[in-house]
Design a protein around this ligand. Structure first.
Ligand code: DSN
Length: 429
């Protein structure tokens, strides 16, 4: 019989030691990658539960395997809570992660070679929004829009003109490195005007939308997807939320009787995936339950408040922020003026215990392996309970590090400040 009772420390000290080391890193560092957050212990318990053991191809009450009485209830709960959280007509909680969710949406609504509009990765989009090295850019005819050179923000009139000229079948909004509010209503109106599906990738800001800290893409967007592990603070995974009916069925699928909801479900399973990860789906249900509570609004709004204070603190130190600030959870710092590269800044901040990622800025003259900027975010620190005063201090420390990235002594001093701060904000224990 297999050993069911020994802990990982007893069974595999090598992996256990690595997990402990990563836990200590997360506790000791200031985690400022904007796509990361810290889920509750309840979410992690669901992820590590026996639901991992079950196969359940299909959907609640329509499975290809027996023994799904409780699994059905878990999955239905996740669906119902997500519908309530966002006001969506239909939800599929099975996508394993963001990229397969996007792939399933394209499979559901497009034919290979169809024209789609998405923002280029170098301006803040995502690989799956049409980059040439990604399946999306290979299988579909993506035309890519970018930001206005002066404002470094979306210019909705330019995007409308492009849509009218290009006549795409789908228009995607929602980004990974855009610090400003997105006018989803305008995007839906443009899509309706040119007879395209409107799609939103709200992965970065889903928690802000759930907490009323960013305008929602519902109910006017045809299909919305999100990862569940960013500002939503759930497990790694994704979901697709959509209208029930297909507003463009006559135009694009006249031979089909499928609703939009049915097209999405069929594309996820059996179109793309096999057995759903029900342990992750249970963890999604737990996270959605947390996001439905009133204090989640306070949390989401604090993420934005923290980002604004951090932005002010950095700008007071002479650092230039792309677009001049932030409306959401993230900031893009252009380091060109101070003669530092994104890689140099990321490495120096790492040494000082501040975890960020190097990032291209719009119209970046440098390449993606050593771009001109860094991307910062406040979700993980807000999960730990940090507020405005901490953000002010952290802004000073970041500026000190990037301006003195070769000065080991200064990095060490900032690291001591970071350790003093992080030990006041314990997690999980
Ligand atoms: N990797 C994610 C991010 O950091 O934004 C996007 O998928």
């Amino acid at each position: 019989m297999k050993n069911f009772s020994s802990s990982i420390t007893q069974m595999d000290s090598t992996v256990a030691t690595l997990i402990s080391a990563e836990k200590k890193r997360q506790y000791d560092c200031l985690e400022m990658i904007p796509s990361e957050s810290f889920p509750s212990k309840a979410v992690l318990e669901a992820l590590g539960s026996v639901l991992n053991n079950k196969y359940s191809e299909g959907y609640p009450k329509k499975r290809y395997y027996g023994g799904n009485e409780f699994i059905d209830q878990v999955e239905q709960l996740a669906i119902d809570r997500a519908k309530q959280l966002f006001g969506a007509e239909h939800v599929n909680v099975q996508p394993y992660s963001g990229s397969p969710a996007n792939m399933a949406i394209y499979f559901a609504l497009l034919d290979f070679g169809d024209k789609v509009m998405g923002m280029s990765l170098s301006h803040g989009g995502h690989l799956t929004h049409g980059h040439s090295v990604n399946f999306s850019g290979k299988a579909y005819n993506f035309v890519q829009y970018g930001l206005d050179k002066e404002t470094e923000q979306l210019d909705i009139d330019t995007i409308r003109k492009m849509a009218v000229a290009e006549q795409p079948k789908m228009i995607i909004s929602g980004y990974t490195a855009y610090p400003r509010t997105i006018d989803f209503k305008e995007f839906a109106a443009i899509a309706a005007e040119v007879g395209a599906y409107s799609m939103v990738d709200m992965s970065h800001i889903a928690g802000l939308i759930a907490g009323d800290a960013h305008p929602s893409p519902f109910p006017f967007t045809d299909v919305v997807m999100t990862t569940t592990h960013k500002t939503l603070c759930g497990p790694r995974g994704a979901m697709i939320l959509s209208r029930k009916e297909d507003p463009l069925r006559e135009k694009y699928h006249p031979e089909s009787t499928l609703t939009l909801a049915q097209r999405i479900d069929k594309a996820v399973f059996p179109g793309l995936q096999g057995g759903p990860h029900e342990h992750a789906i249970a963890a999604k249900a737990v996270a959605f339950g947390e996001a439905l509570k009133p204090d989640f609004k306070v949390f989401a709004q604090q993420i934005v408040k923290n980002a604004k204070v951090l932005a002010d603190s950095l700008m007071e130190q002479g650092l230039r922020l792309v677009s001049g600030g932030t409306d959401n959870h993230l900031l893009l710092v252009d380091l060109t003026k101070i003669g530092v590269t994104g890689q140099q800044a990321e490495t120096a901040l790492d040494k000082a215990g501040i975890t960020v990622n190097k990032n291209t800025i719009p119209f970046d003259p440098r390449g993606p392996f050593d771009p001109s900027g860094i991307r910062l975010g406040t979700p993980a620190l807000t999960c730990r309970g940090m507020k405005e005063q901490e953000m002010k201090d952290i802004g000073l420390w970041i500026a000190e590090v990037v301006k003195n990235h070769g000065n080991e002594e200064k990095l060490l001093r900032v690291h001591e400040n970071v350790l003093d701060l992080t030990k006041q904000y314990k997690m999980y224990d």
